[in-house]
Design a protein around this ligand. Structure first.
Ligand SMILES: [Zn+2]
Length: 199
């Protein structure tokens, strides 16, 4: 077994349950009320799943690739993305668009989605998530370069505070040849943006 395979969950669920009961009491709810009695356990189960990426090095999904002399850029659009912002532990939901220029090795499309998931399932910042995926596709996969665009709706902004429903945050990261060469980056961003974002 490789060391990079997902480890067993280290989430302390009883501790989450105690904390959620405390939150319910703190907001003025009755933690014994029938409707919320099971809530601490359900939240603990949900958090174990939503933060499972903390125990994972998502680059292990890129270990199995195919030797392929494909000279063009691989672009995968519209990978569903759901994460929790580390500032509010509220969801941000959107899409990731990935591109990389293979250097003799490509990976299956489902593996790319797994990499996105692995980095998304931890307290995150959209900017860091974007950079981590770009680094994995460049450094770990060993491509000529990578471009990642993420567009997401941050519920911490749309449910509270400035309350701007429908506002989308877009972040980009470019590595390797796409970082160095403006024209190549523009070309790939054109492929990613074709058809428009936010749809
Ligand atoms: Zn937030």
């Amino acid at each position: 077994m490789s060391e990079t395979l997902p480890k067993k969950s280290t989430v302390d669920k009883p501790r989450i349950e105690r904390a959620v009961r405390e939150i319910l009491a703190a907001i003025g709810e009755d933690p014994e009320r029938e409707g919320v009695l099971g809530t601490p356990r359900r939240v603990a189960d949900a958090y174990e799943y939503l933060f499972s990426g903390l125990n994972e090095d998502p680059t292990h999904h890129l270990e199995v690739g195919f030797a392929e002399d494909y000279g063009n850029v691989v672009v995968v659009r519209d990978i569903h993305l759901a994460s929790l912002c580390e500032h509010h532990l509220l969801p941000f939901i959107g899409k990731a668009h990935l591109a990389y220029a293979p250097k003799g090795r490509v990976v299956g499309l489902s593996k790319l989605a797994r990499v996105v998931e692995g980095y998304a399932r931890r307290p995150q910042l959209q900017e860091r998530l974007t950079a981590q995926i770009a680094d994995a596709l460049y450094g770990y996969l060993g491509s000529w370069g990578s471009v990642v665009v993420i567009e997401a709706d941050h519920t911490c902004m749309t449910m509270r505070g400035v309350q701007k429903p429908g506002s989308i945050t877009v972040t980009t990261a470019a590595r390797g040849v796409f970082e160095e060469d403006d024209a190549r980056r523009a070309e790939v961003l054109g492929l990613i943006y074709r058809g428009g974002l936010g749809r």
